[in-house]
Design a protein around this ligand. Structure first.
Ligand code: HEC
Length: 144
């Protein structure tokens, strides 16, 4: 059997480690792309709106119906600090308030996708940057 020189050994160990890192990166990415935070999201939408966010306005928007049969609260509950339930499919929805769900508002693509879809479902239009900032300000101040 061929003896491993220290050098080959180090090389093998390097590749084994590199492989592990790549696998781990892939796993993290597919499970959850944590690329933002609730605070960063609030800063982002407040900057877009060009005016400070108001939590009480966000709360009103959250509970409000506009012509349609749903409000945000219909699926997320009110206050949205516990597991919600989809108003039509009955599927469980993780709490929306970040203090009750570590994953909420940590994935930009997910936040954008659901804001768009849910605002259309509830208000038949997209929410404005101001409305998103207000809702976030409301959600962030909900504490256990
Ligand atoms: C018909 C049901 C329904 C309604 C009504 C609804 N949502 Fe949602 N919402 C969902 C579901 C389902 C998800 C995805 C949950 C998951 O995958 O964890 C979601 C996710 C979200 C997310 C992403 C949260 C995250 O994990 O980062 C935001 C933001 C959101 N909703 C905001 C709103 C707002 C604001 C309204 C009201 C304008 C609203 N939703 C109304 C069903 C609904």
């Amino acid at each position: 059997m061929k003896r491993l020189t220290p050098n080959t050994f180090a090389t093998r160990r390097f590749w084994a480690l590199a492989g592990l890192c790549a696998l781990q990166a892939m796993a993290t990415q597919s499970a959850h792309a944590a690329d933002t935070s609730p605070a960063q999201q609030l800063t982002h939408w407040t900057a877009q709106a060009g005016a400070p966010a108001k939590a009480d306005r966000g709360q009103a928007l959250f509970n409000q119906r506009q012509g349609g049969e749903w409000s945000c609260a219909s699926c997320h509950g009110t206050p949205p600090t516990a597991q919600g339930k989809h108003a039509s499919t009955g599927k469980a929805i993780a709490p929306l308030a970040p203090a009750f769900n570590a994953k909420a508002f940590t994935d930009t693509a997910k936040v954008d996708k659901w804001f768009k879809r849910n605002c259309k479902d509830v208000f038949s239009r997209e929410c404005s940057a101001q409305e998103k900032a207000d809702v976030l300000a409301y959600l962030i101040q909900l504490k256990p």
